[in-house]
Design a protein around this ligand. Structure first.
Ligand SMILES: NC(=O)c1ccc[n+]([C@@H]2O[C@H](COP(=O)([O-])OP(=O)(O)OC[C@H]3O[C@@H](n4cnc5c(N)ncnc54)[C@H](OP(=O)(O)O)[C@@H]3O)[C@@H](O)[C@H]2O)c1
Length: 338
């Protein structure tokens, strides 16, 4: 029986829409939900189960009756309202990068480090949508041998940028198809029929912020500050699901069959690996599904302590909304919220 009151900030966005759909699938009662977005959406009616919800604008007293506040808006909104929600007595589960690296804030993937939730001080962060699948694969394979070094190249969908980027890809694709001028707004380059190795701002070390999120967040989640990680993040013209090619160097030899067995038995991971029959995960396979899909598991041609894998995940589900919801489930189960 559901009893916790939930506020969703950013309910009209790419993540918020999926979050509401997941609550509908659980038949979460509408009377326990309040939804918030920007002024632009104030009063907007959103169908929910056989009822509807109305979008509200955030006020000082918006969160007084909330047990959980899920924030899926922007980093600056998270920074400006998280404290207000905590002061109102709510637990904040935040999708943005605002607090992920703060020592005070647990950064959690429940399959890996739900124990970290016990140290929460009101705010819990979810990882970046490409970090989550990488960390899950590494946590799983650590059962076989300690990973020492990881090289990952991502192929990230436009929904990772938000709903405006999805519209941009669709509009540009239509323009190309009919020979019209292609307009750019969200991205610095045309994304339709193109790709670019540029996600988020350039950092002083030559990597982008997205690439460094993968490095620093993975170390924090796995409690492995020594783990060496190098990432190249690429935006591709796909609507949903992020893919990545991952090379992992382990302390000792790891056999492909053992890795496949461990991965397939790890909660939240599913193996799709039969190249002869054209079976390996694709973004379309993963879209709308909860699992992290892994395929093309193979040994490095030169070293028996290196494995190479292909990992695909729905960025809006396990990469965002599902992980957030699983965190609240874990907190309820662990009696961290009454
Ligand atoms: N997309 C992903 O795959 C993904 C994965 C992990 C984490 N995240 C994080 O999740 C957050 C949301 O991402 P998204 O992709 O859903 O973005 P999005 O599609 O652009 O949605 C943004 C949401 O924030 C709302 N918003 C904007 N200004 C607001 C304000 N002043 N007050 C309240 N709400 C406001 C928007 O409302 P209006 O509709 O009224 O503008 C919309 O509901 C971001 O922090 C992102 O980094 C995203």
């Amino acid at each position: 029986m559901y009893k916790h009151k939930i506020a969703i900030v950013g309910a009209t966005g790419a993540v918020g829409t999926v979050f509401l759909k997941m609550l509908e699938d659980r038949k979460y009662p509408s009377e326990l939900l309040r939804i918030f977005a920007s002024k632009r959406s104030l009063g907007k009616k959103i169908d929910y189960l056989d009822d509807h919800l109305f979008v509200e604008e955030i006020q000082e007293d918006s969160f007084f009756d909330s047990d959980f506040v899920f924030i899926s808006a922007t980093t600056s909104i998270s920074e400006s309202i998280a404290e207000l929600a905590v002061k109102s007595g709510a637990i904040v589960i935040d999708d943005s990068s605002a607090f992920r690296l703060s020592e005070e804030v647990p950064l959690v993937i429940p399959e890996i480090n739900s124990k970290d939730l016990t140290a929460h001080k009101g705010i819990v962060s979810i990882p970046n949508c490409s970090t989550t699948p990488l960390a899950m694969v590494l946590a799983c394979l650590t059962q076989l041998s300690r990973p020492l070094r990881v090289i990952t190249d991502t192929y990230q969908s436009v929904s990772g940028t938000g709903s405006a980027a999805v519209s941009e890809l669709l509009n540009q694709s239509k323009s190309v198809a009919v020979g019209k001028e292609v307009l750019k707004d969200v991205y610095p380059h045309q994304i339709a029929f193109n790709l670019f190795p540029h996600i988020d701002d350039l950092q002083s070390n030559g990597y982008t912020k997205e690439e460094m999120k993968m490095v620093l967040e993975t170390k924090k989640i796995l409690h492995r500050p020594d783990l060496e990680i190098s990432a190249t993040c690429v935006r591709v013209p796909v609507i949903v699901s992020h893919s990545q090619s991952v090379h992992i160097e382990f302390e000792n030899e790891v056999k492909v069959d053992d890795a496949i067995e461990k991965l397939d038995n790890f909660p939240g991971i599913k193996i799709l690996d039969d190249l002869n029959n054209n079976i390996y995960p694709t973004p379309l396979d993963a879209a709308g599904k909860d699992d992290v899909f892994v395929g093309r598991v193979r040994a490095d041609s030169y070293r028996s302590n290196i494995l190479v894998l292909w990992v695909v995940t729905d960025n809006l589900r396990k990469g965002a909304a599902l992980n957030a919801l699983q965190i609240s489930d874990s907190m309820i189960e662990m009696k961290l919220v009454v």
